[in-house]
Structure formats: C-alpha cells, structure tokens
Write a protein that binds this ligand. Structure first.
Ligand SMILES: Nc1ncnc2c1ncn2[C@@H]1O[C@H](COP(=O)(O)OP(=O)(O)OP(=O)(O)O)[C@@H](O)[C@H]1O
Length: 187
C-alpha cells in the first residue's frame, strides 16, 4: 500500500510528462510512476497480436489503432469504470509515493478516491493555449473534443493547480509545492 497517491491531469502539452519526470528524478526509488493507458495498450496488443513497443510510442502505428483502441476501452469502462485503474495499480510496485501521470476522467478520480481515500492528492497542470501551441499542440478533431481530453475541464476538486504556462512558476517552485504533499511521509 502506498503512503500517498498523487493524481496528475492536464490538457495535451500542458507539461504532465515534464513535471512528473522531474518529480520522479527527485524522489528516485521512493516513487512509482503509474500510467492508466499502459494496461489499455498492453491488453490491446496482446488480444490483437500487435507490437506493444510500437503501440506505446507516438508514431503512425499508434494512430492506426487509436480509434479501435478508444472504442474498445470505452466498452470496457462502460461495464466497469475502474477496470484499467485497477489493472494499472495491481501491476505497480510497493513504493511510498505513487505518481499517476495520466488521469483523464471524473470516473478515474472517483475510482482512486473510493480505493485510496485520504491518500489521494489531486493535481491539475494548467498551461495557456499559446504556451501549449509553442510546445507542439495542434487541435485535432476526435482527440481534443472528446471525453478523454475534456471530461475534467469543468472539474473543480483539485488539491493543487500548477500554472505551467511560459513565464509562470518555475519547475523548482512547482516541485516544492508538490513535495509538500509527500513531506509528511517518512520516505
Ligand atoms: N515548464 C516547462 N519548461 C520548459 N519546457 C516545458 C515545460 N513544460 C513542458 N515543457 C515541454 O513541452 C513539451 C510538452 O510537454 P509534455 O510532454 O510534458 O506535455 P504533456 O502534458 O505530457 O503532453 P501530452 O498530453 O501530449 O503527452 C515537452 O517538449 C516538454 O519538454
């Protein structure tokens, strides 16, 4: 059982990977990074006999299967909204701090709350649209206007919101405010 579970979410190119990678470097082997999308991709690869490494990278191969994968994962979620959260956490190592780097839906947050209760800290990474565009964001119909990208737009129950726009908080400040959540644990 972890001692604290940090849930990270944010729009595309807001800086989720950037911040969680820095945090992981800081915490070293005291933390485990969990991605809910990992079991989706590995299940899909196994069932369809596809190359998992190719599917996990950002290339054409992933694009080719994206829609099928979305449809299949939506079907699974309709039966059990925590299905992928459960597999991802079942596969995670016993470490004091868990960093879940790709929270996308209210039902993801609901499942983590129901399962880990007080251990949860819910962190939103924000970046303004100009910043996101500078970082490579290009609006894609079917990606940026669907539930997986927009479901948390109107969510307000954050424990911490980080402004990762250009010229706002620097990474050290951001890490300091996250570390406050783990500082109470002896890890
Ligand atoms: N504070 C920052 N300072 C400098 N560069 C940054 C900062 N935040 C993010 N970046 C850069 O912006 C790009 C996008 O960031 P990142 O990949 O972390 O976004 P993301 O939210 O994980 O995006 P996606 O949802 O598309 O995977 C990366 O090249 C990253 O290095």
């Amino acid at each position: 059982m972890p001692q604290v579970v940090l849930l990270f979410s944010g729009k595309r190119k807001s800086g989720k990977d950037f911040i969680t990678t820095h945090l992981q470097k800081l915490l070293g082997d005291r933390c485990e990074v969990i991605k809910i999308s990992q079991p989706i991709k590995s299940h899909w690869a196994k069932e369809k006999n596809l190359d998992l490494t190719e599917l996990l990278s950002d290339g054409d191969y992933k694009e080719q299967y994206r829609l099928d994968m979305i449809n299949w994962s939506e079907e699974m979620r309709a039966k059990d909204y925590g299905y992928f959260c459960k597999i991802a956490t079942d596969n995670a190592s016993e470490r004091p701090v868990w960093i879940v780097s790709d929270i996308r839906r209210k039902t993801d947050i609901r499942w983590f709350n129901e399962t880990y209760g007080d251990l949860i800290r819910n962190i939103r990474i924000y970046a303004d649209e100009d910043t996101r565009k500078n970082r490579g964001f290009v609006f894609k119909t079917g990606v940026d206007d669907v539930t997986s990208e927009c479901d948390l737009d109107d969510y307000t129950g954050w424990d911490l919101v980080l402004d990762n726009s250009n010229g706002k908080q620097d990474i050290e400040d951001q890490l300091r405010s996250i570390i406050r959540f783990v500082a109470n644990y002896r890890c």
